[in-house]
Design a protein around this ligand. Sequence first.
Ligand code: NAP
Length: 517
Amino acid sequence: MLTEFRNEPFTDFTSKANEDAMKAALKKVKQEFGQSYPLLIGGREIRTGGDELVSTNPGNPKEIIGKFSKATVKEADLALEKASEAFEKWRNVPANERARYLFKAAAIMRRRKFELGALICYEIGKNWAEADADVAEAIDFCEFYGREMIRLSQPQPLTPYAGEENELSYIPLGVGLVVPPWNFPLAIMVGMATAAIVSGNVVVLKPSSETPMIAFTFCKIMEEAGLPPGVLNFVPGPGSSVGDHLVTHSKTRFIAFTGSKEVGLRINELAAKPNNGQLWIKRVIAEMGGKDSIVVDSEADLDSAADGIVASAFGFQGQKCSACSRAIIHQDVYDEVLKRVLERTKKLKVGSCEEKETDMGPVASKSAYESILEYIEVGKKEGRLVAGGATNGHQGGFYIEPTVIADIPPKARLAQEEIFGPVLAFIKGKDWHDCLAIANNTEFGLTGAVYSKNREHIEEARRDFHVGNLYLNRKCTGALVGVHPFGGFNMSGTDSKTGGKDYLLLYMQGKAVSERF
Ligand code: NAP
């Protein structure tokens, strides 16, 4: 019997056995670096020749993780064709059978947890705990969506009507383009791809150009799980060229995207225009950026608030869509909260993700590094630099110290634009209502948190703090599958609520059948 869904536990790295296993995994995956990898289309490995997409370690950019054949328009077309062929069979595979491919993949990932974690440490610079959480979330998505599909395949309740048998069932959409970001290189990619697959769709996966190795490894895991050829196709290539072609193609039925606001809006716009021969309105599921705040009221547990701010601002170098990039503090406690945040920030260890003790690794890429440093310069003019601001060139890696900039005006660039790095803006609010108004003053609406002991204020935040994921007296990162369905409002996206009970419906359409006997 299938047991009830439970979240995958995180690995305890204080255990010597786990520490040793992680060190062994880091060693093992490193031995395989530098190889060339093909595209995977219709169950076949395809090498395109020419220029390869080179994935490097952001902590040591000379180290090549893997080299990938780049898809051109020709391979993109082939992937759509093979996926369309596979759909004809896959859509008729019963839901519980489809679910078992996900359960099998989850079991494989559980067995290879350290190895996957090690790969994430190297390819994108997560520390051990963050990498482990990424793998756990990927396992959760497989286990959760598998169970959800079984639930949704049961007869749906309808109002009885004399003389007729009525039924409503959910059927898949068709060929889906899955476009993930690099920041949860396993979890988000697995979440979108498996949701699509278990719902009966077939997938063309265009991985992030920063993390193709992790995406390739996942596709091989699905192959090992026995997924039929063509159901999941691996098509790496620059978003700017092959991405547009896949989005606009008439065979693409839906697009599941997670990434920046700019790319999400572009996909949404391109997908809205029917292409020659296209039979449907493309569905776009787009989860985009954030500019997330933690509000600290005058009556609050200030230590707990400082812990929550530092964990949310600097976990994975601030490169989470849910990261706290604005601490909005009631003026009565502003200086005290700033002092406590600085005490904690200064203790964070920046360094290589091969080391167990590292709190913060490198940022994702050279372009991220340069953009974050530019924002720090802007911040120095808009406010007062009170921590960090410096780089740390260990092995030529993209390391940036955790940075806090105080006294940022609520409408400054640092308070409004997504930086996606370890840069925290401190903003002073005159009173509780001013703090709440500032928290709502961006175009985004993804996550937010409030620390307060005032019941009335907490209730007001529940009602009026306009974000998809609101946290009260806790940090604003770390959503768990099934526990905190995740997705944002306004320019943060279509509020798809990943890891929630409504999510799979985005990948299906309801068919009502009535028979009069
Ligand atoms: P990005 O630059 O928007 O890229 C996301 C994906 O889109 C990548 O696979 C990228 O491929 C692809 N892409 C780029 N241009 C494309 C095009 N014209 N057509 C099709 N695909 C295209 O975002 P990112 O830097 O990877 O990720 C960081 C962003 O993701 C942040 O804004 C963050 O807030 C957001 N995010 C949101 C959530 C959420 O749940 N709301 C979760 C995680 C991250 P290439 O790599 O080849 O360019």
